[in-house]
Write a protein that binds this ligand. Structure first.
Ligand code: PEP
Ligand code: MN
Length: 294
């Protein structure tokens, strides 16, 4: 059976056929991909207040995270759920990042939000799972990122194939932005119906597939994939063992009382353990020259 070329799959610039060597995305000195140690993006699901994000910034920095995340606008499944504190949240996140010396990541939930993320000084324009097929948003994010020297983090749509996902990344790349971080975060399965213990089906086996098809760095979000803090640490270990270039871990000082995604956020103490595990697994694989391929 002949395997279709990546151009036939609908993408070219992001494919390994087009660029055989790994792309290393450099976020203000934090290097993601290409065999660099796993990069940890951590922080709360939502920015709840200025004090809240500053406090958590110090805690995740202390735990060993590299990049601070936080949502200012939250794309919630229900319009009655907490929607985020909006634009002021971006300002507080940028301030918190500067205070602790960490680059920042925040989601642009629509086209009208892209400029706000950049103007606030956020390092990474984050495109969430729900918008992975919002092609006008992808084009705009790619264009604005290229013009302003920012990166784009693209999360896989919960019902997207790997080809759909890379097709989305191609829209960003075509605008001149190759600083793209691909983030797997679980796909829709039956787990949440089955016993309520998990939110999505972890797509860990997509890590080597995406790395094979694309030169871009691939990170993994075990927080949204599992939706349950009990499983985040094991899930994170598996992702690094499968070759992920980094992790996105939702972290909160008081997870049960978080304003969004309370069930899946971990404490800074658990983040310390997750980062330790990731480093041990990464070093072990490196010493044994094990990559996603062998
Ligand atoms: C998030 O990272 O804040 C988020 C909403 O995740 P996802 O888009 O993967 O659901
Ligand atoms: Mn969340």
């Amino acid at each position: 059976m002949s395997i279709p070329s990546n151009a036939d799959r609908g993408y070219m610039l992001v494919s390994r056929q087009y660029k055989p060597e790994y792309t290393v995305v450099d976020i203000e000195g934090v290097k993601i991909g290409g065999g660099n140690p796993p990069v940890i993006i951590a922080g709360p699901c939502s920015i709840e207040s200025r004090e809240h994000i500053i406090e958590i910034a110090y805690a995740v920095k202390e735990a060993g995270a590299d990049i601070l995340r936080g949502g200012a606008d939250k794309p919630r499944s229900s319009p009655y759920s907490f929607q985020g504190i909006g634009e002021e949240g971006l300002v507080y996140l940028a301030e918190a990042g500067k205070l602790v010396g960490m680059p920042t990541d925040s989601e642009a939930v629509g086209e009208q939000k892209v400029d706000l993320v950049v103007k606030a000084g956020i390092s990474i324009i984050h495109i969430g799972s729900r918008n992975q097929k919002s092609y006008e948003l992808l084009k705009l994010a790619g264009h604005v990122a290229a013009e302003n020297g920012r990166a784009v983090l693209l999360k896989r749509g919960e019902a997207s194939t790997v080809d759909d996902f890379l097709g989305g990344a191609e829209y960003i790349a075509r605008e001149g932005c190759m600083d793209i971080i691909l983030c797997l975060r679980g796909i829709r399965g039956y787990e949440n119906i089955e016993n309520g213990l998990r939110r999505y089906t972890g797509d860990l086996d997509s890590i080597p597939v995406v790395k094979e098809l694309s030169h871009l760095p691939v990170i993994y979000d075990p927080s949204h994939a599992s939706g349950n803090r009990e499983y985040v640490r094991a899930h994170a270990r598996a992702a690094i063992a499968a070759g992920a270039d980094g992790l996105m871990i939702e972290t909160h000082l008081d997870p049960p009382n978080a304003k969004s995604d309370a069930a899946q956020q971990v404490t800074p103490a658990t983040l310390v353990d997750i980062i330790k595990d990731a480093r041990i697994i990464f070093e072990t694989l490196r010493e044994r020259q094990i990559t996603y391929k062998n």
